[in-house]
Design a protein around this ligand. Structure first.
Ligand SMILES: [Mn+2]
Length: 321
């Protein structure tokens, strides 16, 4: 059975379907959720789109407005108690999925799961660059025409997660990109993604440049300013763009915890593997080969130097394997 038929087979048409993007969602999660809602509506399901937390990215907020994507915070949507929840671009039990009423029915994701999912449906493809590509495959599987705004949302998620097709790209991503590029509005997508920073972010970059600690090809950036996940990711991308640097860790305080954004250009030091090793016993995290993230509760934070050493040791251990 194809993945999409398997997804639909276990769903009940008399109960609401909630497609839930991870907390503080990004363009990939929202694009995948939106496109999936179209497919399920064509199959006569009643669908609600929601996310946990808030939308922190101004660029994503504009995308949602321009494309009129009917998504809202889970707390503000009328979600029924017996709803069937499908989580996209994140894992159940993962710290970035907050509680939603209803029962978790399925997960569609491209991150390596920390544990085997115990739910009726899961489609987890770790080798795929964007969750949008997985949902795109449901359209090709079912021979469903992809209309303009859906194509644009999928394209934006795909461009975002692959860094404009420069990281984690599989053949499926490339095929989706090829089809979606002119089907959707690539100009809008490029403009939104290429303008995600604002003058307000300059202070963060200034601090990052001042505090970064470089050791060989490893750059550690402990900033003290609270910032959005998106801005932190762009800081990490900036340092990775330096020719001498192949591994970047950005750390930032966020209320009760420290958050991390990690980038790797070295396949011998996959970001997700190194994050898990470095945070063992003090925090959690994951992601993909090229990028990942994590968090450490304040009371377990080993200090800047302690954390930097943990990453250096984890990298050295992995390389010597
Ligand atoms: Mn993603």
């Amino acid at each position: 059975m194809s993945s999409f038929s398997a997804l639909v087979a276990g769903l009940d048409r008399d109960r609401q379907v909630v497609i839930q993007a991870h907390d503080f969602p990004d363009h990939d999660a929202v694009g995948a959720a939106y496109a999936l809602s179209h497919l399920l509506q064509l199959q006569r399901f009643t669908v609600v789109l929601s996310y946990g937390g808030t939308i922190q990215s101004a660029s994503l907020r504009e995308e949602i407005e321009v494309l009129s994507i009917p998504i809202g915070a889970a707390s503000e949507m009328a979600i029924e108690d017996d709803a069937q929840v499908i989580v996209v671009d994140g894992f159940v039990g993962n710290s970035n999925i907050s509680g939603v009423p209803g029962k978790i029915y399925g997960v569609i994701d491209h991150h390596s799961p920390p544990t085997q999912p115990k739910i009726p449906f899961h489609d987890i493809r770790e080798t795929i660059g964007a969750c949008c590509t997985i949902v795109y495959s449901y359209f090709t599987e079912t021979g469903t025409e992809i209309e303009g705004t859906v194509a644009t949302a999928l394209l934006i998620g795909l461009m975002m997660d692959t860094g404009f097709m420069t990281r984690g790209v599989s053949e499926a991503d490339l095929a989706a990109f090829n089809d979606l590029f002119f089907r959707g509005d690539w100009r809008l997508g490029s403009r939104l993604l290429k303008n995600s920073l604002s003058l307000r972010d300059l202070g963060l970059f200034r601090e990052a440049i001042n505090v970064c600690v470089v050791a060989g090809d490893f750059c550690f950036v402990p900033v003290t300013k609270e910032c959005t996940q998106e801005a932190m990711a762009l800081v990490a991308d900036f340092f990775l763009g330096l020719r001498e640097i192949h591994f970047v860790v950005v750390v930032e305080p966020d209320r009760e915890e420290y958050r991390l954004s990690v980038r790797s250009e070295d396949i011998d030091r996959p970001a997700d593997v190194i994050i898990r090793a470095a945070l063992e016993g003090i925090g959690s995290g994951g992601g993909h080969i090229h990028m990942g993230g994590g968090s450490i509760p304040r009371d377990l934070y080993p200090g800047e130097e302690g954390l930097r050493k943990r990453f250096i040791d984890a990298g050295a251990r992995k390389k010597s394997e």
